[in-house]
Write a protein that binds this ligand. Sequence first.
Ligand code: ZN
Length: 216
Amino acid sequence: MNIILFGPPGAGKGTQSDNLVKDLNLYKISTGDLLREEVKKKSALGIKIKSILDQGVLISDDIINDLIESILSNKGYFNRLIFDGYPRNFNQVKHLDILIKKYNQKISCVLSLKVNQDVIIKRIIGRQVCAKCGLVFNEFFNPSTKENHHCDIKFLQKRSDDNEKTARNRFETYTKETLPVLDYYQNQNLLYEIDGTNHIHEIYKEICRIIHSLET
Ligand SMILES: [Zn+2]
């Protein structure tokens, strides 16, 4: 089973893909991780990637596509991939189609976590981590109270880039880039949209229900 998972930043995509990796024995493909691993290997490609990253330039689709091919051609991962944050644009979609055919695999389903912008913004800008005990709260959805948390509120910290403008930009970029990609998979009858505002466990149950329906 090869799964593609979509969701805007802050939709809880990481948690859901980790669940799937564990329960279905899948291998997760995240382009960020692939790039970092290649750099660490110090391969010819890794050295090239490092110099591009050091210049602050965007990594080209060609390099991403080569990395994806190295995974798809690996028999150890045959039909047990979960794509997280890829394909990101239409060029990558077309290339993935070619590679999937070339290596005799198929995409089983495309899961899209839908969360409206206001909820996402509040999830991101409301996130607080306690510097003392590590507990995570959200000032809108799950605030720190005397009952659930014993540290002083002065320990609650927000991530520095978690301001509203950044959050809105990230959401808008995501929407603009992925809409045509989702439309494409919709037309292939592969797209399943999931209400990402539900509780994490409810979302995962829905994902499992979809996957189970594909197997039977
Ligand atoms: Zn604490």
